[in-house]
Design a protein around this ligand. Structure first.
Ligand SMILES: Cc1ncc(COP(=O)(O)O)c(C=O)c1O
Length: 422
């Protein structure tokens, strides 16, 4: 069977195939649909997002300030509309999650509460290739506490000649540094390699060693299964513009484990939106936090930048997480096998081969001179496939089970094969 015929059969048998029509797919200048495999950077726009935003614009137009109480979704409690669907994706209870701010802001807020250096416990552990914003954030927190990053920041790297972090190396480092660690901060899915970390054992190890543990789930939420409550992470942060399709600069999210829900001893940076809902508008001078993650909110949320996320979360609910994950594994597996069939030794997979150890993204290195590899990517783009290129040599492609088909994947694999063999 040809790849196109196989893809056709797989699409015909895919119960989630109709969901692709629920999204706007970007087009080229001639109006042809692009094959969009860039949800790891910015997810596509749900068709119903415009109606959700329009609804808020209309409520604002007709109700003015009264929209806080009388809008279809009253703005005073808007975050509550998002809590249940986000909790499902995070593997948490609704009280453990909140949509607020953006990822890096939330990371700082979480470090205010959970990076509490004291005595010999002064250090932060991250991975060597952490997303730059995370590294900037932890370095600035260390400096803020008067600590020296060259002494107090530890970074675990893959072994020489390897791309992926080994769980055993991470565990051994946490055990070794044990009593010096105040915080372990790790990604759910590594942004460059697409590697999915085994977060449960890592959280367990960090906690047994007395460190707080937090996760950056920018590339994990909406992409891979999560069980944050069960894993007992102290906190997690994410953005909503990648796999959650919330739109550019969409509101971020945060998980704080239930065991901290009522903890008044934890320091936090406070704002009025985290104040007890029942007395928030009494405008008293003293801060009384709401229980749970909502108590970490600072400001009233940007309703117009939050509404599209609701549209996307409805589609997640409709699809069902188990079905999405099954399709994702099949879709990415198909991409891998088609690329290997077309390109053989010309490509090197940076992402783990084990479907359990990755989400939907494949990171690929072309065994070519750097300039030639970059030109392959440019030819792929010219052929109508949207992926991205990370210097010096990594091409990332992420088929989304919400809006990509097996035919999209077959097309992309054929286009890359042609681009690389040209
Ligand atoms: C892994 C990771 N962490 C942090 C960020 C920063 O996100 P934000 O700009 O929303 O703070 C990103 C953005 O792409 C990311 O991919």
């Amino acid at each position: 069977m040809t790849a196109a015929a196989a893809a056709h059969a797989l699409d015909a048998a895919d119960p989630l195939a109709p969901l692709a029509a629920e999204f706007h797919h970007p087009q080229d200048r001639q109006g042809a649909r692009l094959i969009y495999l860039c949800g790891h950077s910015l997810g596509l726009q749900p068709r119903s997002a415009a109606a959700d935003v329009t609804r808020e614009l209309e409520d604002w137009r007709h109700l003015g300030v009264e929209g806080h109480w009388s809008a279809m979704r009253p703005w005073a409690d808007y975050h509550e509309w998002l809590a249940a669907p986000l909790a499902l994706l995070a593997g948490a209870s609704p009280r453990e999650v909140v949509a607020m701010n953006s990822l890096t802001v939330n990371l700082h807020l979480m470090m205010v509460s959970f990076f509490r250096p004291h005595g010999a416990r002064q250090c932060i552990l991250i991975e060597k290739s952490a997303f730059p914003s995370d590294r900037y954030a932890v370095v600035s927190q260390l400096l803020y506490h008067g600590l020296d990053p060259s002494q107090h920041l530890f970074e675990v790297a893959p072994r020489a000649g390897e791309d992926q972090l080994r769980t055993e190396d991470l565990l051994a480092t946490i055990e070794r540094l044990g009593s010096r660690l105040a915080l372990v901060l790790l990604p759910g899915v590594q942004y460059l390699t697409g590697q999915r970390l085994d977060l449960g054992p890592l959280a367990d190890c960090a906690r047994r060693n007395g460190a707080a543990v937090g996760f950056d789930l920018a590339h994990a939420i909406g992409n891979t299964p999560l069980a944050l409550h069960e894993w007992q992470a102290d906190f997690a942060v994410w953005c909503s513009y990648k796999y959650l399709n919330g739109g550019p600069g969409a509101i971020g999210g945060c998980f704080i484990h239930e065991r901290h829900a009522h903890d008044r001893t934890l320091p936090r940076f406070a704002g009025w939106w985290g104040h007890d809902r029942a007395t928030r508008f009494a405008m008293g001078p003293d801060f009384e936090p709401m229980p749970g993650a909502a108590g970490w909110q600072l400001s009233n949320p940007p309703i117009l930048a939050t509404a599209p996320l609701l549209a996307s979360l409805r589609l997640f609910e409709r699809a069902g997480l188990d079905r999405l994950r099954s399709k994702s594994i099949a879709l990415t597996g198909f991409l891998q096998s088609e690329l290997e069939a077309g390109l053989g030794d010309l490509i090197e997979l940076v992402t783990p081969r084990d479907p359990d150890a990755r989400g939907c993204q494949l990171s690929i290195r072309l065994r070519r001179a750097p300039d030639a590899a970059r030109r392959c990517f440019e030819r792929l783009t010219a052929a109508g496939v949207v992926g991205d290129w990370r210097e010096p040599d990594v091409l990332r492609l992420a088929p989304s089970p919400l809006y990509n088909s097996f035919r999209d994947v077959a097309f992309a694999a054929a286009a890359l094969t042609e681009a690389a063999r040209a």
